[in-house]
Ligand binder design. Structure first.
Ligand SMILES: Nc1ncnc2c1ncn2[C@@H]1O[C@H](COP(=O)(O)OP(=O)(O)OP(=O)(O)O)[C@@H](O)[C@H]1O
Ligand SMILES: [Mg+2]
Length: 252
């Protein structure tokens, strides 16, 4: 469904991705882990057609992902993206935030768009907040609205860039639960995360990125439980020594 071959990306003189290859099949959940600056967000932004790249190839749903292609907007609509910061429209209600894409981008009538939005808000446990404004919600609730908003476009794949890392620890669980439910429904997902418990539990595959290269890739049990590469071992040792948020225990 998503295929990356030998992706090279630079910012000026700085080579940020040095030949990244990754295949994601329909229904798979792939977690990208790695230290800050290793290129995780850049990989997602390239997949979503938000960045140019100098070498290699990205295909999504069988089509080339190319920022300069006129087809890119349509391709982008087929992938939902959720960022670390929820960037909801502050002056619109939760319901309007979720309806925005279907109405203004897909040209749906308001009636069906509203019904879909309410369904999705129900799914993320926030239907009672439909009329609230983003500022009246906790960070975790806002992030769940952001997920509902992405799902309203009926994406075929979802890309998550550290969706819980800006949240207070007690708000992380509800967001991960929504993501777990999506994975169970068979959504194709690429998730950049520091939540090792989530990765171990949900990921079909874990890729460890270091300095723009995937140094280790395998099942979550292998990469997280018995990492082969010294850099992976070192990273996991550091991440797992941080408190609460980054424990190998599945989030309750
Ligand atoms: N717009 C940009 N211009 C120049 N350099 C950039 C830009 N965006 C990212 N970089 C650089 O590219 C490298 C990879 O960044 P990226 O955001 O992909 O890392 P990351 O793995 O997502 O890190 P983090 O865990 O901190 O989010 C970093 O060295 C970063 O400084
Ligand atoms: Mg990042």
């Amino acid at each position: 469904m998503i295929e990356i071959r030998d992706l090279h990306k630079r910012y000026g003189a700085h080579e940020v991705l040095k030949g990244v290859s990754l295949n994601v099949e329909a229904g798979q959940v792939v977690c990208l882990i790695g230290p800050s600056g290793s290129g995780k967000s850049t990989v997602l932004r390239c997949i979503n057609g938000l960045e140019t790249y100098e070498g290699g190839e990205i295909r999504a749903f069988g089509q080339p992902v190319d920022v300069r292609s006129p087809a890119i907007r349509q391709l982008r609509c087929r992938m939902g993206m959720v960022f670390q910061r929820f960037n909801l429209f502050a002056h619109r209600s939760v319901l309007d935030n979720v309806m925005e894409g279907p109405v203004h981008v897909l040209g749906q009538a308001r009636g069906p768009a509203r019904a879909l939005a309410l369904d999705l808000l129900d799914k993320v446990g926030l239907v009672d907040k439909a009329q609230a404004y983003p500022a009246q919600l906790s960070g975790g609730q806002q992030q769940r609205v952001a997920i509902a908003r992405a799902l309203a476009m009926k994406p075929e794949a979802m890309l998550f860039d550290e969706p819980t890392s800006a949240l207070d620890p007690e708000l992380v669980g509800d967001v991960l639960e929504v993501m777990r439910a999506l994975a169970r429904e068979g959504m194709t997902m690429i998730v950049v995360t520091h939540e090792m418990g989530f990765a171990r539990e949900v990921a079909d595959r874990v890729c460890f990125l270091h300095s723009g290269t995937i140094v280790e890739e395998g099942s979550s049990a292998q990469v997280l439980g018995a990492p082969r590469h010294a850099r992976t071992q070192d990273f996991l040792r550091r991440v797992l020594h941080q408190p609460a948020q980054a424990t190998l225990e599945p989030t309750p």
